[in-house]
Design a protein around this ligand. Structure first.
Ligand code: PEP
Ligand code: MG
Length: 590
């Protein structure tokens, strides 16, 4: 029995899809209760069969959802999620280990639960946020199987009855796709992060969502009034009349501003003092390209190629990569596409890479280190990128560079491949631009030296902040320290920007900070002329840029550089932005 909620119960999670939703909660908590018990030797065969039948049924359910989803045009791009789930249902470890545990006299649901726990532990050790969150795919498949085994039916968000705020422990992509869009006002979940599928889908369906609330399902009951502020990452349960009225006003303003945003789509990103800024799109999954075009992103400033390698048992070969890159270039037309080479570490999705477990994967064989170690794979990718450079404007970007030697090694390999291609008479862009991600403290410190070796820098703030402040970017316990407004970060950005401008090379930013309108003024003040972001952020950033000047930005940066703490910096930034654009940067209620 849940206790009655106090008025104005505020919860803070991760806002992953902006907008405000007000309504009644509907709890969609389908976690099955598992009874782990021993079975007799005589029952092992029957139990193995029961498990096999559950796998078959799960496959049938997923195929059915897939058919229904493929009939809905706006969801088709997400079909790959269901394919991933179907692949997991064939996973040797999941099936084989569960069968082994059944043979060791554990009942099917107990055996499966045990194996799922082992798999979760494996995923928890993965350093990459995106990959770690793919754990939710395994969880979703596991829960589907457990529901079948325990006879718990799926409470479908496909027929909610009335418009509601969906509250769930975690929403599997399959569940999310089955929902009736006209009935779901917003999502609130215990689990999830910025790159979880619920987040990706909520954003692409434009539904306000706050995830990672840890225990919201244990507090909420059906019908309780609630508010979701997806922009601030705040949920208010049982709001008072005053709070309700305030959020209603905010919702109306937000909706007005969103409609107003459309008028910025095809306007240039230019400041009041006529400084032109290139706003490019980050590309993670194939569907992002449509978003990039919809929001008029100027080409692709970061193509995260690791996503070509995921959810499969062998890495893509040269021709497959070449085709994928050319297809993106074809869709982007005259603008440039910056292709980042593989940024992967400790990845169980590419088993034949045979990566060893590492004690400290964030600082281990990741990104460029992995590519230089596995040179054969690196050469395949570089050949594909170079060949694709004959299909459009390509730039090559190397991730996680920490010293000049690494970039020299990369250049040497590129020169060798160019010679190979020349010998084979294969066309490519001889002047292809080569750049490095600036995302380690050492790269910042030697930025003037690196600038002599490359054509451009791209600052990856997601990692830069993690390594500069020594804060694991995926660890919720130290999340309060992960702050883009730390004086060390402002100084690091300034030093890198100055080094690039002095050397006359390109400078861009492609981490999450680039797409956050609150920071747009500072970024142009620091000297950035190119920013790459989630495509949906492009109009939001543009709206701010068109209403400020670079001169104001420079002035603000000068003042920020005198401040000593993150709090002082962010307070000043918020005040300055609120002063200029009060509707966009409304004061949060908590
Ligand atoms: C970054 O680190 O800021 C970045 C853009 O790269 P990723 O998030 O893919 O590590
Ligand atoms: Mg990075």
């Amino acid at each position: 029995m849940k206790t009655k909620l106090a008025e104005d119960t505020y919860l803070v999670g991760i806002g992953v899809s902006s907008g405000i939703a007000i309504g009644e909660a509907c709890l969609v908590d389908q976690r099955p209760l598992v009874d782990q018990s021993r079975i007799e030797a005589a029952d092992v065969e029957a139990e193995l069969q029961r498990f096999e039948q559950a796998v078959e049924r799960a496959r049938g359910q997923l195929q059915k959802i897939k058919q229904a989803v493929s009939r809905q045009k706006h969801l088709r791009e997400h079909l790959y999620i269901l394919d991933t789930h179907l692949l997991i249902l064939e996973d040797e470890m999941l099936l084989g280990e569960t069968e082994k545990a059944i043979q060791a006299h554990m009942n099917a649901e107990g055996a499966l639960t045990q194996v799922l726990e082992q798999l979760r532990a494996l995923f928890d050790n993965i350093d990459d946020e995106y990959l770690r969150e793919r754990r939710s795919d395994v969880d979703a498949v596991g829960e589907r199987l457990l529901r079948i085994l325990t006879g718990v039916s799926e409470r479908s968000i496909g027929n909610l009855g009335r418009k509601s705020l969906v509250v769930a422990h975690d929403l599997s992509p399959a569940e999310t796709m089955q929902m009736d869009r006209s009935k779901v006002l917003g999502f609130i979940t215990d689990k999830g992060g910025r790159t979880s599928h619920t987040a990706i889908l909520a954003r692409s369906l434009d539904i306000p969502a706050v995830v990672g609330l840890e225990s919201v399902t244990s507090m909420v009951y059906d019908g309780v009034p609630a508010i979701i502020d997806g922009s601030a990452g705040v949920v208010v349960l049982n709001p008072s009349e005053a709070t309700f009225k305030e959020y209603l006003k905010r919702k109306q303003t937000y909706e007005y501003l969103e409609q107003d945003l459309v008028k910025y789509y095809d306007l240039p990103a230019i400041t009041r003092d006529h400084v032109s800024i290139a706003l490019r799109g980050n590309l993670e999954i194939a569907g992002d390209i449509e978003q990039a075009r919809k929001f008029f992103a100027q080409g692709i400033g970061l193509y995260r190629t690791e996503f070509l390698y995921l959810g499969r048992t062998t890495p893509p070969d040269e021709d497959e990569q070449y085709d994928a890159y050319c297809e993106i270039l074809r869709q982007i037309g005259d603008e440039s596409v910056t292709i980042r080479t593989l940024d992967i570490g400790g990845d169980k999705f590419v088993p034949e890479l045979n990566l060893e477990d590492e004690d400290n994967p964030a600082m281990g064989l990741r990104a460029i280190r992995f590519s230089l170690y596995e040179e054969r794979l690196f050469r395949i990718q570089l050949r594909a990128i170079l060949r694709a450079s004959s299909c459009g404007r390509v730039k090559i970007l190397f991730p996680m560079i920490s010293g000049v030697a690494e970039i020299r090694d990369c250049r040497e390999i590129i020169d060798e491949i160019k010679a190979e291609l020349d010998g084979e008479g294969i066309a490519y862009d001889h002047d292809i631009e080569i750049g490095v991600m600036i995302e380690t403290p050492s790269a910042v410190m030697i930025a003037p030296l690196l600038a002599r070796e490359v054509d451009f820098f791209s600052i990856g703030t997601n990692d830069l902040i993690q390594y500069f402040l020594a804060v694991d970017r995926g660890n919720e316990h130290v999340a309060y320290l992960y702050d883009p407004m730390h004086p060390a970060i402002i100084r690091a950005l300034k030093a890198t920007c100055d080094a690039a401008n002095e050397a006359g090379i390109g400078i861009s930013m492609c981490g999450e900070v680039a797409g956050e309108p609150l920071y747009s003024l500072i970024l142009i003040g620091l000297g950035f002329r190119e920013l790459s972001m989630n495509p949906a952020c492009v109009p939001r950033v543009k709206r701010v840029l068109r209403q400020v000047s670079q001169a104001e930005g420079k002035e603000l940066v000068e003042k920020l550089l005198l401040l000593a703490t993150s709090k002082e910096v962010s307070t000043m930034v918020e005040q300055e932005m609120r002063k200029r654009l009060p509707e966009i940067f409304a004061q949060p209620l908590i």
